[in-house]
Design a protein around this ligand. Structure first.
Ligand code: ADP
Ligand code: MG
Length: 263
């Protein structure tokens, strides 16, 4: 079976000049002939279909950039991305991926149900099917009572749940969750874990980024550590502990990051 995700030689250089100035001290940004900011460089990564994959690394490592490249939100500088064997920019491939972005980007003028219906429409679901699926999502994510409420009037937890419900609306085979539990209280975190686990049990491939190493340890079968736009290590949590002679994943992470050459 084709891997859920196959990334080859991914390079992303941001050309935004203001961002360049902010990062003016970065040596790579100052390299002769290299305009812009090099966020990801020549990265290869494969995610097996059906796996629960964790993408870990400090702020600025390039996690969101990789995800944005997969989801066609940014232009690649170089490289190729395959989604279940299809080019990532093919319409069919786009339909196979669901993304819950790191930033909660809900339309403030749409209520909960409309948010889901619009998303379904965007992915070509017919009205009846979108209605059915939106109802199902509102039940699963406990949002039924808020169907007519607009995003700004939802609590933070409800917004997070709606973000996930929206990502799942079109029944994607690969679900990408960019820090879904950042700033989320303990109970909601457990609840989100439960949803995500169930999805995975049903055969959905999950790509998760998180800063909670115990979360990655608990959920992810396979973990990639990245830093400075490069892959540093790739293994199971047990494999990483062994490779870095560490007692916990957190220890392994710290050692891996410490051992990696700085940019
Ligand atoms: N639109 C942009 N323009 C310029 N630089 C950016 C942009 N988006 C991200 N970056 C930079 O690229 C690097 C990787 O960022 P990002 O992919 O968001 O990392 P992560 O998600 O791992 O925290 C960071 O140094 C970040 O500041
Ligand atoms: Mg990010």
């Amino acid at each position: 079976m084709s891997p859920a995700l196959s990334i080859r030689g991914l390079t992303k250089r941001y050309d935004d000049t203001r961002a360049d100035r902010r990062r003016g001290r970065d040596k790579r940004a100052e390299a002769p002939g290299a305009g812009g900011f090099l966020a990801v460089e020549d990265l290869d990564l494969e995610v097996a279909a059906g796996s629960f994959f964790g993408l870990l690394g400090p702020n600025g490592a390039g996690k969101t950039t990789i995800i944005s490249a997969v989801c066609n939100l940014i232009r690649l500088t170089a490289g190729e991305i395959g989604v279940f064997g299809l080019r990532h920019d093919a319409m069919e491939a786009r339909r196979l991926v669901g993304l819950a972005e790191q930033d909660v980007n809900l339309d403030r003028f749409l209520d909960v149900e409309e948010t889901l219906l619009y998303h379904g429409g965007y992915f070509g679901m017919c009205r009846a099917e979108a209605r059915r699926r939106a109802g199902e999502m509102m039940d699963v994510f406990d949002l039924r009572a808020k169907a007519g409420v607009r995003a700004p009037k939802l609590s933070g937890g409800m917004r997070r749940r709606l973000l996930l419900a929206r990502a799942l609306m079109h029944e994607p085979r690969l679900v990408i969750l960019d820090e879904p539990t950042a700033g989320v209280d303990f109970e909601l975190r457990l609840e989100l874990w439960r949803y995500i686990r169930r999805l995975h049990d049903q055969g959905t491939t999950i790509l998760l980024t998180t800063h909670y190493l115990e979360e990655a340890d608990e959920l992810c079968e396979d973990i990639a550590l990245i830093r400075g736009g490069h892959l540093i290590a790739r293994d199971s949590a047990d494999g990483l502990r062994e490779a870095y002679d560490a007692d916990s994943l957190a220890d392994a992470y710290v050692r891996a990051m410490g051992a990696a050459p700085t940019a």
